[in-house]
Design a protein around this ligand. Structure first.
Ligand code: NOJ
Length: 437
């Protein structure tokens, strides 16, 4: 198979998960730096993480060795704005140097403005539950776009709103660890307003013609019988109206991509007259995808025996067909070009006695997911890139450092990096533009 020309083959990371240096270069703590030890597995924290803040040149060299065409990374808000009203030049310069190094290596930078590491000072105002966050975020976004947009073209405003808002403000499993179930409509609207204004701001001030998107944690139900039209129709419907389909896909995507309100479970409503203001004309949407909704504990198929299925080390089922159905159903409904901004597999990788990391499960899943992506592309769906999650092993939020998602193995004690077998498999795929899969 051959992928489209100029397909953006890349890998993704997020600042809080890799950078460390949490009080260096003028940075102040984020809500994740301040997470109580008991909220994170093994009492770990992200203060040092992979030390990307110091290793970044070496890491860009590894990306070049893997022949990546793109690298998706996020900017740390508290590095750029360590306190209210203060722009930290040193923080901005860090990202500016990184962008230069990437471009020198022929790698397209894909910048995410918000990947969950809200500054603690913004949280003190109420975070996403207080409308003042919009102005704070726009100040920050302005500083970043002014600094980088002469070289950066791809902008992802937010990463997975469903996760950072529902996990952070309803389930209490992610920072800032709140359980305000009934506040969902309120913080959804504050977020959507902030997002829409950020998109406008980028379009207004960017120096290089911007391509703007947002990364959704999107998914789909795989039809029970993939060749039966009635079964496909049933899966399509559930993908937007059942369990995760409602709360993970439609609740976020309908207002933002269609300007259409959503109500759910009789108590949640994100509409009102203002919903039209939330609509954004994106150049692409980012899809982060890992697991089919069929296997979800929230409204998934009944009677699934996960122990009989292939799972990653977090217990997520690996069924690569779900990438095809996710891309297909979401494109049919929203009609915006798609970039896969995350997809991957967590494993408990370890180097063998020769120092090699033989992550065969990841290699096989990578090819399986790409075969399914190709299936969607062959049907004419515009897919502009694939960013594997993750470039390197990193801090998996409340799960700490145990689940390893990287193409690059990181020894957290020494900071040493080792390309895993999957990194070489991916390099081969990239250099042949997918022809060898
Ligand atoms: C979702 C998030 O965007 C990312 O930060 C996380 O590490 C991966 N998916 C894996 O859970």
């Amino acid at each position: 198979m051959k992928f489209p020309e100029n397909f953006l083959w890349g890998a993704a990371t997020a600042a809080a998960q890799i950078e460390g240096g949490y009080l260096e270069g003028g940075r102040s703590p984020s809500i994740w730096d301040n997470a109580p030890a008991k909220k994170i597995k093994n009492g770990e924290n992200c203060h040092v993480a992979c030390g990307f803040y110091h290793h970044w040149r070496e890491d860009v060299a590894l990306m070049k060795e893997m022949e990546l065409k793109s690298y998706r990374f996020s900017i740390s808000w508290p590095r750029v704005m360590p306190k209210e009203g203060k722009v930290n030049e040193e923080g901005l310069q860090f990202y500016s140097d990184l962008v230069d190094e990437l471009l020198k290596a022929g790698i397209e930078p894909l910048v995410t403005l918000y990947h969950w590491d809200m500054p603690a000072w913004v949280d003190a105002y109420g975070g996403w539950e207080d409308g003042r966050i919009t102005a704070f975020f726009l100040d920050y976004a302005k500083a970043v776009v002014e600094k980088l947009s002469d070289r950066v073209q791809y902008w992802i405003t937010f990463n997975e709103p469903s996760c950072f808002l529902m996990n952070g403000y309803m389930q209490g499993v992610h920072a800032p660890f709140k359980r305000h179930y009934l506040a969902l409509p309120k913080f959804t609207k504050i977020f959507m307003k902030t997002n829409a204004e950020t998109v406008k701001l980028i379009r207004k001030i960017a120096k290089k013609q911007p391509k703007v998107g947002l990364s959704f944690a999107a998914g789909a139900f795989i039809p029970k019988n993939e060749s039966d039209p009635a079964s496909v129709e049933e899966a399509r419907k559930k993908t937007f109206y059942k369990g995760m389909g409602t709360m993970n896909n439609r609740w976020w995507m309908d207002p933002i991509l269609l300007g259409a309100p959503v109500s759910a479970y009789g108590v949640y409503r994100n509409g009102g007259k203002r919903v039209k203001e939330f609509k954004c004309d994106f150049d692409f949407i980012g899809i982060n995808h890992y697991e089919a909704f069929n296997y979800s504990f929230f409204g998934g198929d009944k009677g699934v025996d996960r122990s009989k299925l292939r799972q990653n080390s977090l217990g997520w089922v690996i069924d690569e067909r779900s990438l095809y159905w996710t891309v297909k159903f979401n494109y049919e409904r929203y009609r915006v070009p798609i970039m896969i901004t995350e997809n991957g597999v967590a494993l408990e990788d370890k180097p063998n006695k020769n120092g090699k990391v033989e992550d065969d499960v990841r290699c096989r899943a990578l090819e399986g997911f790409l075969i399914n992506l190709d299936r969607a592309i062959k049907e004419g769906i515009p897919v502009i890139g694939y960013q594997h999650w993750s470039l390197m092993d990193n801090f998996e939020w409340a799960e700490g450092y145990e689940p390893r998602f990287g193409l690059i193995y990181v020894d957290y004690k020494t900071g040493k990096r080792t390309l895993k077998k999957s990194a070489y498999v991916y390099k081969d795929i990239i250099s042949t533009n997918g022809e060898n899969i």
